[in-house]
Design a protein around this ligand. Structure first.
Ligand code: FAD
Ligand code: DLZ
Ligand code: SF4
Length: 519
């Protein structure tokens, strides 16, 4: 090396050649630094499969950079004298390489960005923290969109208007300035129940190679008490496999993505969902390329508009909106609890051992796969936490632990804003609360449940049924002013005293039952 190198610090969810910290990297002179650290792996007790996925993807990424001629300093978890935290690891790398400066891309989580500001003070060299250009909307873009005419922050934000703005800006699915097909949003076509005769596409498997197998052994040895199964492990961990998986999704599953987006089916954890979130969030795939591939399929006539619009909306709409809300609202967002929910998470969230089949299925799939699709997360697990009044802090921690796409920036607004209405309606216009009949309509879970979805009251009744009315009753004060809840609050108002008493008694019995026992 001729000159003092630039040290380029790449975090575990920045595994992209497009990431801003690598944009001007010089293979002849610079050092790319990556670190597996105990503090991150145990900041919460991440699912074992999530740690395997991320460490393996990190190791493969480092190897690919080396093959392309870059110097990579990779600190493995079990390396001698691993300081165990990002700050210590970076300090050591600076001492070792004497760089002229350190460059990194902005961390995706508030906690790590605060730490990075401290490193800037503590290090003897300049630390350049660059914007993360993988997102389509910058922080400034979002703040400017979210600020009202008088320069203040409105009481609520709606994803749909942000999404339309993003469509105009990206030009995705636009024809001469108008949305393809004439409508912005085809969600109303995307709520079909799954018919019996649908062939569900069979996913390609990516067998663990030597690097992944080594990481699997490491995780089994070092994190035995963490939640979840390590095997089977068959998810892509390299850029090449991620791209080939994206191609598979576009060809085989995207055409059905729209119609059955809200459906759930016992034994079918994925249905037509993309399973791309963890690959996008860690950097192996770019959100833009996923949207562009989907649009190409639509333009060629290979996938229908309701599927492609739905998929693109999730990425340039929901994903970007969620991230915008996170940075707009942090750090206070972590503690919001508008409904004063105080109950503890029951033990079955860790074991799957409950008579409620929808929850048993969704949680046991989560334990095996570190994945559940959106409707399982929102309308089964999140809905239960909402109706049962579980403390948002506990729910947030659970969701951050169990899913392999979970990082605080995306998990938190989805949990507190979307699933729990804990921000009082800043993100969602009404609570996503539903009784058992919604779950019965969208799944086949109820058929083999110990509870009866048809019964509204009593020991055998589906708990979602009476917990739903109990939730409305307990939160009447806040919900009655919500115009989207007008109809249902009107029904509550007309309920006879006898019915209200039964709801009270059923809810009380349930909350005191073994189902709600703590861990
Ligand atoms: P698909 O259904 O195929 O959707 C395509 C893509 O759209 C996803 O890969 C994802 O990148 C994006 N997307 C869709 N919905 C959302 C959304 N609401 N927020 C952000 N991106 C979205 N997503 C995470 O990535 N990490 C999380 O930690 C996370 N926690 C969630 C917690 C709750 C309570 C809820 C209700 C949702 C959460 N989501 C989270 C959003 C969503 O459920 C997942 O992105 C999705 O299930 C991932 O599966 P998929 O890739 O098959 O998605
Ligand atoms: C999730 C995670 C885990 C479990 N371990 C590491 C790690 O050892 N090293 C690393 O660079 N990143 C890890 N990550 C992802 C980080 O938590 C993520 O990059 C930051 O939280 C982003 O702010
Ligand atoms: Fe879930 Fe109720 Fe259906 Fe059982 S009956 S699967 S608890 S919705």
């Amino acid at each position: 090396m001729s000159e003092q190198p630039v040290l380029r610090f790449v975090l575990g969810d920045q595994l992209s050649r497009q990431v801003s910290s690598l944009a001007d990297a010089d293979p002849q002179n610079d050092v790319i630094f990556m670190a597996e650290v105990m503090d991150e792996a145990t900041s919460v007790r991440h699912h074992k499969k999530k740690i395997v996925f991320l460490f393996s993807a990190m190791r493969h990424f480092a190897e690919e950079l080396r093959k392309d001629g870059y110097t990579v300093d990779y600190l493995a978890l079990d390396a001698k004298n691993n300081p165990g935290d990002f700050g210590g690891a970076l300090k050591r790398a600076v001492e070792q390489h004497s760089p002229c400066r350190v460059v990194m891309t902005e961390p995706s989580e508030w906690r790590v960005l605060q730490a990075a500001h401290d490193w800037r003070e503590e290090l003897d060299v300049d630390l350049d923290i660059r914007a993360d250009g993988r997102f389509l909307a910058s922080h400034e873009d979002f703040v400017s969109w979210a600020t009202d005419k008088d320069g203040g922050q409105p009481k609520t934000l709606r994803m749909e208007y942000f999404y339309r703005e993003m469509r105009r800006r990206t030009g995705y699915l636009m024809n001469d300035g108008e949305p393809a097909g004439g409508e912005w949003n085809y969600d109303s076509e995307n709520r079909k129940a799954l018919p019996d005769d649908v062939d569900i596409p069979v996913r390609p498997r990516f067998e663990p190679d030597e690097v992944t197998t080594k990481v699997m052994d490491l995780v089994a040895e070092r994190f035995p008490k963490h939640f979840g199964d390590i095997e089977p492990f068959d998810y892509p961990v390299t850029r090449a496999d991620a791209v080939s998986y994206l191609e598979w999704f576009i060809d085989e599953a995207l055409p059905g993505f729209g119609d059955w987006q809200d459906a759930m089916h016992e034994g079918e954890p994925l249905l037509f969902h993309s399973h791309l979130s963890a690959l996008i969030n860690c950097g192996l795939l770019e959100p833009r390329e996923c949207c562009e591939r989907a649009e190409k399929a639509y333009r060629k006539g290979d996938a229908p508009l309701n599927a492609v619009e739905g998929f693109i909306r999730q990425i340039i709409g929901w994903r970007e909106f969620i991230r915008g809300v996170y940075w707009l609202k942090m750090p206070d967002y972590a503690d919001v609890n508008a409904l004063s929910a105080r109950r503890s998470l029951p033990a079955f969230f860790w074991t799957g051992d409950t008579g409620m089949n929808c929850l048993a299925q969704s949680i046991s799939e989560t334990r095996t796969n570190a994945y559940a699709h959106h409707i399982q997360r929102l309308m089964v697990i999140g809905n239960f936490c909402l109706l049962a009044g579980i403390d948002p802090r506990e729910v947030q921690e659970w969701f951050l632990i169990v899913y392999f796409d979970a990082y605080e920036w995306v998990e938190m607004p989805n949990v507190v804003g979307m699933a729990l209405f804990a921000d009082g309606g800043f993100l969602a216009s009404k609570p996503y609360a539903a009784s058992g009949s919604y779950i019965n309509k969208m799944s086949n879970y109820c058929g083999s449940c110990r509870y009866s979805v048809k019964e509204k009251s009593g020991e055998n009744a589906c708990p979602f049924n009476y917990l739903y009315w109990n939730f409305l009753k307990e939160n009447q004060k806040l919900l009655k002013s919500n115009h989207r809840m007008g109809l249902i609050m009107g029904q509550l108002g007309k309920m006879s005293d006898g019915k209200l008493k039964a709801v009270d008694e059923d809810a009380k019995r349930f909350f005191e039952s073994d189902e709600m026992k703590g861990y």
